[in-house]
Write a protein that binds this ligand. Structure first.
Ligand code: GTP
Ligand code: MG
Length: 325
């Protein structure tokens, strides 16, 4: 599966970049009239229109490109809220409309002055004044443009979820081997590393079994704490568990080489069971190549692949039962 951007938002320029673009475009405008006065008048009116058009259309493009939060599924709207804050995003988009409106008004009034000016100096003055006011309006939304740019960069990393496909969400403490498992059973290629919090974003892969496709979601590691205390990275995992999981695979690392004692890992599992009931949870002990406990949990090694196929088969069975309910 090729990674597709869920949200196709153009690069968001800074206030200075937008102004540069607008004034550069305007500086190229040159219209020749029958008289000197006519040439200056026509040229300056066209310059103002050109600069204003660049600003108005650039900001208009942003307003249009950001998806309406109300219309997004709960999963994406919660991710957007985590990434930027819904209110901040709405305010910033509103600021674009405010700025566009003012810039267009400045252009209109400068055009009026130029059309009725009787001296070249009056036209120059009107242009300079209009440029100054346009710059000031654009600079007033500097912060909001930055917010939009951050939102855009965050939203580009959102996974493309297919709501039709049965979905397995892999969760657990940091560093237990979740990404290694997801990489082994699906098309996803998450980064695997020896340190905790390697995974910071939700990623998705698929696998196919008997003509059916299944989604597998890799999530950031969870710590043993209540929902209210979780950081934004952990909360991404929670959002995936809450809105996407048909089955949860909870990965334990009984070797504790992950850095988290089994007691902590058990408590994380309890929290998940409590929070996401009735979604079924499959409990898996990873790193069985290093340590096999006597527990009744499924034993796998995401590294060597031992036990993984059996796990996948049992997940598919479980999802079939879930789907037919
Ligand atoms: N011996 C052994 N090591 C494993 C196994 N699975 C994963 N590891 C190692 O455990 C470490 C963590 O693996 P990851 O897949 O990155 O763990 P994670 O749970 O995704 O970690 P975070 O994204 O940080 O939460 C890496 O060094 C892996 O090589 C396994 O089955 N056996
Ligand atoms: Mg990971």
């Amino acid at each position: 599966m090729t990674a597709r951007n869920m949200f196709d938002i153009p690069t968001v320029l800074t206030a200075d970049e937008i102004l540069d673009k607008a004034f550069k475009r305007a500086s190229k405008v040159d219209i020749s009239g029958r008289t000197k006065m006519e040439t200056v008048r026509e040229t300056n009116i066209a310059k103002i229109k050109s600069a204003s058009d660049v600003i108005v259309s650039t900001m208009g493009k942003y307003v249009k490109a950001f998806p309406s939060i109300e219309r997004q599924s709960l999963f994406y709207s919660e991710l957007i809220d985590l990434a930027v804050g819904t209110d901040k995003l709405k305010h910033s988009l509103g600021a674009m409309d405010w700025c566009r409106g003012n810039v267009a008004r400045v252009a209109k009034s400068a055009t009026w002055s130029m059309a009725s000016a009787s001296k070249i100096s009056e036209i120059d003055e009107a242009r300079r004044g209009a440029y100054g006011r346009m710059s000031s309006f654009v600079k007033q939304v500097t912060k909001e443009l930055k917010v939009l740019s951050q939102a855009r960069n965050a939203m580009r990393k959102f996974p493309a979820i297919n709501p039709e496909q049965p979905t397995i969400v892999v969760a657990g403490a940091p560093n237990v081997g979740k990404s290694q498992l997801v990489a082994r059973i699906s098309t996803a290629k998450p980064r695997v590393a020896v340190y905790p919090f390697t995974t910071q974003e939700i990623s998705v892969g698929i696998f196919e079994k008997k003509y059916f496709k299944y989604q597998v979601i890799d999530t950031p590691g969870l710590l043993d704490r209540e929902l209210d205390d979780r950081n934004p990275i952990e909360l991404r995992a929670i959002v995936a568990l809450r809105h996407l999981a048909d089955v949860i695979v909870f990965v334990f690392d009984p070797t504790e080489t992950c850095g988290y004692p089994m007691n902590d890992q058990e408590r994380i599992l309890e929290t998940i069971k409590r929070e996401f009931s009735p979604v079924p949870v499959v409990e898996v002990e990873n790193k069985a190549d290093m340590l096999k406990t006597k527990s009744s949990r499924v034993k796998i090694s995401a590294e060597t692949g031992a036990g993984v196929q059996k796990l996948v088969d049992s997940l598919v069975e479980k999802l079939k039962v879930e789907q037919s309910l």
